[in-house]
Design a protein around this ligand. Structure first.
Ligand SMILES: [Zn+2]
Length: 292
């Protein structure tokens, strides 16, 4: 369920990012509005909270990046793609989401890390990306994108149903693409943004601004590998989001891509995300996702 400006949620229970914006009195873009939960990934309301590292320790150690520092940024499309906000610089090892329960952290998240480790640390990567590897990698990038969305300075765009669904798979609405970046300034980078372009029939222009604001595009770079995680609000489907010059690993296509076919671009931002909403009036359902 995607909610918009829900007056039922008191300002004091909203995310700090929203509260800061509300204080400035400006127009808020469409977003998911809900009180900050005990855990962003399940419906437990009590228990033990833990710190879920956004980039796991094993990956930081593998890349010798425990002390790498980051400037989380967001890009505002209405402002022409400029950097709209920055957060204080911090080392990656201190970069975590503290609103995750220990059941999620030590349960499915930990199992997902174990499954993703050999894929993300394999060197060199070559030949086919097996469907198992594609699913694991896509779910890992999706989990990381959701962790960033709930904890970093950007509007919340992934609703609770999609967040909770990550415990058992990849919920409908997500697409994951891969490309490689030639330029690497440090090991890790990410950005959260709206799609860059939309292609839509003139008679559907009315609702499209809202849909664009509700669509999340996250680029996550680890070394030369960039995962682009897109989350499309209904009635858009993940297949409506085209990431030009990248290989889609989820929803899974019939032909398994090879690592060699993952395109190389100059920079981790250097790719266009286009929404082609030609039948945005139709209803999306999980069943429409092609799975092999
Ligand atoms: Zn939880």
């Amino acid at each position: 369920m995607t909610e918009d400006q829900d007056p039922a949620v008191p300002d004091t229970e909203r995310r700090k990012y929203d509260r800061n914006l509300l204080e400035t009195g400006g127009r808020l873009a469409h977003r998911v509005v809900e009180p900050v939960p005990f855990c962003w990934f399940c419906d437990r309301t009590a228990g033990t909270r833990s710190k879920e590292h956004i980039f796991p320790q094993w990956l930081l150690r593998h890349h010798d990046a425990m002390d790498e520092r980051v400037h989380p940024i967001r890009i505002s499309i209405p402002l022409g793609g400029v950097v709209a906000s920055e957060r204080g610089e911090r080392p990656l090892r201190a970069h975590f989401n503290g609103e995750v329960c220990s059941n999620c952290n030590n349960g499915w998240m930990s199992a997902l890390e174990v499954a993703a480790t050999p894929i993300l640390t394999r060197d060199p990567r070559h030949r086919f990306i097996s469907s198992d590897d594609a699913l694991t990698l896509a779910r890992w990038f999706t989990k990381t994108a959701v962790n960033l969305n709930v904890s970093q300075p950007f509007r919340l765009l992934v609703d609770s149903e999609a967040r909770h669904g990550l415990a058992t798979g990849i919920p409908s609405g997500f697409a994951v693409h891969l490309f490689r970046s030639e330029r690497q300034n440090g090991v890790f980078d990410w950005v959260q943004k709206s799609p860059d372009l939309v292609v839509v029939p003139r008679d559907q222009l009315d609702g499209i601004k809202r849909l664009m604001e509700l669509t999340l595009v996250t680029h996550i770079r680890i070394g030369d590998l960039v995962g682009v995680v897109a989350y499309a609000p209904e009635p858009l489907r993940p297949e409506d989001i085209m990431v030009r010059d990248a290989v889609r690993i989820y929803p899974v296509s019939k032909d398994a891509p090879t690592w060699e076919s993952v395109p190389v671009r100059k920079d981790y931002l250097d790719i266009l995300t286009v929404v082609e909403a030609n039948d945005a009036g139709s209803t999306r359902s999980g069943a429409q996702i092609e799975e092999s």
